[in-house]
Design a protein around this ligand. Structure first.
Ligand code: ADP
Length: 397
């Protein structure tokens, strides 16, 4: 079965066509600048050079049409016709409290996703546009919604409630939801597999450290806590997001700098994190390079980042009353060898020992702790598209 995985943003659309039997990626690509000038589609068929085509994409339906054209193109296509797409899996950012699992998309589901728009005003409307565009072009192909929040719906009340007047939860559903759920689910399950164990028998902490980052506590297969909250702004220090701060800082800075809450929100999301701290970049590679050249702010930004990750790990050891495995994933988690070592330095109290040779790995499944380490440390590349394809297959076959 060929499954098209779609991740639709407000002006972009990422796709992968995955053969569910072999789990091979047949082709992948990206449409950018949808709805603005100079729209471009970059299409990469497996084993071949990428094709870049600048062509108008006034809306997402045109973008989806171009994706289908690319996939069925005589030269750089990988399938003969639209009929060879058997299902579509859509990444949907916010499922609120309505969705604890992936679902087949029908009108009721569309309405329920729309009702979550308030919770993710930048993402959910774009996800819905992507679904509608695909439905227009492939009306008879089954479609599945896979939610970023779903895996975290098992969190107990004590983990998801904020210390706010309860009426805000009652009226507006203000609570912790968590994001990157597809990754936390996939990586925790795969970490257990690598260890030759079942996830149901383990306490696992997943550190998804990318440009956006979140940490989760997965206790016997169920998420019991996660660092992102109502929105992806909460938690660890990220590329451009502040993560946890004293909420009173917002009012303080707004008064000092004469900012509106919207402007403040923008600063917290786009200008903070390691970018704001280092004044260098949001990209960890740039910051590492600057730190290695003696840039003190870059060093401080990295130290603050590692420290925050270690603190969350400590908190989740407490939440689960122990930990068997800690898995590092996403851009930084999979590739930043010295970063993993720095974080592991904080974990000696757990009887954790990183193996420097095994840790010398990027983007590969690998146990990176010594055999006698009390907690297994792992590098586990995430694969959200494959996880979406698997969940789509499970619902449509
Ligand atoms: P997102 O999906 O949230 O955009 P990614 O998971 O792709 O983010 O992670 C991007 C981050 O990973 C960037 O900050 C980048 O610097 C970092 N990264 C990628 N490769 C390396 C590397 N070799 N060493 C250190 N950091 C890396």
């Amino acid at each position: 079965m060929n499954i098209l995985v779609i991740n639709c943003g407000s002006s972009s659309l990422k796709y992968q066509l995955i053969d569910s039997d072999s789990e091979a990626v047949l082709a992948k690509g990206l449409c950018e600048r949808i709805g603005i000038d100079k729209s471009v589609i970059t299409h990469t068929p497996a084993g071949k050079d990428k094709v870049v085509l600048e062509t108008p994409m006034p809306n997402h339906t045109v973008a989806v049409k171009l994706v289908i054209d690319a996939l069925t193109n005589k030269e750089h296509g990988v399938i003969d016709s639209l009929d060879a797409i058997h299902a579509v899996g859509h990444r949907v950012v916010h499922g609120g409290e309505k969705f604890a699992t992936s679902v087949i998309i029908d009108d009721t589901v569309m309405k329920a996703i729309e009702e979550c728009n308030d919770l993710a005003p930048l993402h959910n409307p774009a996800n819905l546009i992507g679904i509608n565009s695909c439905k227009e072009i492939m009306p008879n192909v089954p479609m599945v919604a896979v939610f970023d929040t779903a895996f975290h719906q098992t969190m107990p009340e004590k983990a998801y409630l904020y210390g706010l007047p309860y009426e805000y939860y009652e009226k507006y559903k203000v609570r912790r939801y968590g994001f990157h759920g597809t990754s936390h689910d996939y990586v925790s399950a795969h970490a257990a597999e690598i260890m030759g164990k079942t996830r149901d028998a383990l306490k696992i902490i997943v550190c998804h450290l990318g440009n956006g980052g979140s940490i989760s506590a997965v206790d016997h297969g169920k998420c019991v806590d996660t660092s992102m909250g109502l929105t992806p702004l909460e938690g660890i220090i990220m590329g451009t997001r502040s993560g946890d701060i004293d909420p009173a800082i917002c009012d303080f800075i707004c008064r000092k700098e004469n900012l509106t809450s919207v402007e403040m929100n923008n600063i917290l999301n786009k200008k903070s994190g390691v970018l704001g701290l280092s004044k260098v970049s949001s990209d960890f590679r740039d910051i590492e390079a600057a730190a290695n050249q003696g840039n003190q702010l870059a060093k401080a930004a990295l130290e603050a980042f590692y420290y925050k990750v270690a603190k969350y790990i400590g908190a989740y050891v407490a939440a689960m009353n122990g930990v068997d495995a800690i898995a590092f994933t996403a851009g930084v988690g999979e590739n930043n060898i010295s970063g993993r070592a720095k974080i592991a330095e904080y974990l000696g109290y757990l009887g954790t020992q990183i193996d420097p040779e095994k840790n010398n790995v990027r983007g590969e499944d690998q146990v990176i702790s010594t055999p006698d380490s009390k907690v297994t440390l792992l590098c586990v590349p995430t694969n959200e598209e494959l996880a979406i394809a698997r969940q789509t297959l499970a619902l449509v076959k």
